[in-house]
Design a binder for this molecule. Structure first.
Ligand code: SF4
Length: 64
């Protein structure tokens, strides 16, 4: 199995520590709801976040 840790790849690097349901992201593992990156960065688009909807995965990249 080839693992590309720098860019992530759905088929080769399922990260069971990062569960994710955003299927539109290029790092999402299509058959399983996990991310393929080794780590992600979470941010917020709000000045004062109060609920989960206020947070974002800033590592998201639209599947091409
Ligand atoms: S980068 Fe973020 S949005 Fe994309 S699959 Fe990983 S956790 Fe989900």
């Amino acid at each position: 199995m080839v693992t590309n840790k720098s860019t992530g790849s759905c088929s080769s690097n399922v990260n069971k520590c990062i569960e994710c349901t955003v299927k539109q992201c290029k790092f999402h593992c299509d058959k399983e709801n996990y991310c393929s990156l080794d780590k992600i960065v979470i941010g917020t688009h709000e000045a004062n976040p109060t609920v989960p909807d206020c947070t974002d995965c800033t590592s998201f990249v639209l599947k091409g």
